[in-house]
Design a protein around this ligand. Sequence first.
Ligand code: NAI
Length: 462
Amino acid sequence: MPSYDVIIIGSGPGGYVCAIRCAQLGLKTACVEGRETLGGTCLNIGCIPSKALLHATQMLHEAQHTFAAMGLTGDAPDVDWPKMLAYKNDVIAQNTKGIEFLFKKNKIDWLKGWASIPEAGKVKVGDDTHDARHIVIATGSEVSPLAGVDIDEKIVVSSEGALELDRIPKRLVVIGAGVIGLELGSVYARLGTKVTAIEYLDAITPGMDAEVQRQFQKILAKQGIDFVMGAAVQGVDRTDGGANARYKLRADGSDHTIEADTVLVATGRRPFTGGLGLDALGIATTDRGQIVTDDRWATNVDGIHAIGDAIAGPMLAHKAEDEGMAVAEVLAGKHGHVNYGVIPGVIYTHPEVATVGATEEQLKEAGHAYKTGKFSFMGNGRAKANFAADGFVKILADAETDRILGAHIIGPMAGDLIHEICVAMEFGAAAQDLAMTCHAHPTYSEAVREAALACGDGAIHA
Ligand code: NAI
C-alpha cells in the first residue's frame, strides 16, 4: 500500500480543491470518495444541478413573459420534464468527469469507498488501511432532520429528491424560506406549481440585510410564491398520493394544515461526519456537530485537519474551496489564509441576491457609524432593456474613512456583480475608489458604480 503525504476525505469543492493544490505543491496526495462520482454534494446533488434547473426554467419564464414584448411571437415552449432532468444529469456528468480528469492530470489517487480514521496517520477505506502524514476531513454536510417529518425522497423530499421528482407537482409546500427553499421553490413556481413556503421567522433568508429580505420577498410573492411567516412546522403526514404539513402560527399559537403533492424540507444542514470515528479519536466537536479547528484548520488531534461544511462558518462551496487551498499551503509549510470577512453569499433566483461583509443591522448593533449608497436598477439602461430592473445595489461604507464595509445586491447577475466589491474590500478600498473607476456602458456593473457614487456626492442617474 503506498503511503501518502496527504489523504483528503471527501471530494466536494473543499476536498477536491485541497487535493489539487496539495498535488501542485508537490505533496503525494490521495482523496477518498464513496460516491460513484467525484464532486460531493455541490456537483452531484446541490449547486450545479439546481443551477441547471434554474437556468432551464428561467428560459421558460422569459419565453412566457418577455418574448412577446420584444416582438418574439409564437407559442411558448412546452415542458418535457424527463428531458429537462436528462439535461440536468448531463450537466452533472460533465462537471464530475471534469474533476476526475483534473485528478488524473495532477496524479491524485482516488481511493474509492467510505473512509474511517482508526488512528492519526491512518485512513481505512474498505479492507485497505493507508498511511498518511496528514489527513484532511472534508466530508461536508447532510440534511438536518426535522422532528415529525420523515423524508422519503419521493413525496417528502430534501433538496436531493427535489432535483429528481418523477413529475412536476401541482402543489409544493416548502418548509423553510432559506436559500434551498427559495431556489428550488423558484424552479417549480416557474413550472406552474403552486408553491407555498412556510417560514418560522418573520423574515426570509435569515442573516441577510433586512432591506434585501423585504424586497426579495415582495419580488418572489409577485412571481407567485405564497409565504406563511412566523409559522413553526410541527409535522408532515402522508396522505393518498401527497402529504399534509401541520404548522403553528407563533403569533397566536393557532394550528393549521396545508395540503401538498410534494413537501420540500429545507430547514438547514448539519456536518456529515458519521462513520469517521471522531469520538474514538477524541476529536473535539461543538454541540452542533462541527469539528473544532484552530486558525490553521488543525483539529485537537495532531496530523488531522478539517475544512468546509464539517467545521464552523457559512456552509458555502466557495468557503470550503478557500479553506481547501489554504490548508494545502499550511501542509506544504507555507502560510494559508482565508479572509472570512469577505466571503460572498449568493442566491441564484431571478433576480439574484448577493451579499458580502456587514449588513446594516450588524453595523447598527456594533455602533459603527456608516453611510449608505443605494442605486436602483430602474436607473440602469441595460437592466431596463432586459426586463431586469427589479432590485438595487446598496453599499455600506465607513462614515469617516469611506472604507467599504459591506454590499448587498438584489438584481440581474448580482452573483457576478458582487465580486468587484469583494476585490475592492480585499484591497481595503473606499467607496470613492469604485466610484472613480470607469465602468463600461451599458452594463449592469454601472449600478455598482452608481451606488458607490451615492456614498459620496450622489449617483448620476438616480
Ligand atoms: P437555511 O439555514 O438557509 O434556511 C432554513 C430556514 O428554515 C430558516 O429560515 C429557518 O428559520 C427555517 N426553519 C427551520 N425550522 C423550521 C420549522 N420547523 N418550520 C418552519 N421553518 C423552519 O437552510 P437551507 O436553505 O436548508 O440551506 C442549508 C445550507 O446550504 C445553508 O447554509 C445554505 O447557505 C447552503 N446553501 C447555499 C446555497 C447557495 O449558496 N446558493 C444553495 C443551497 C444551499
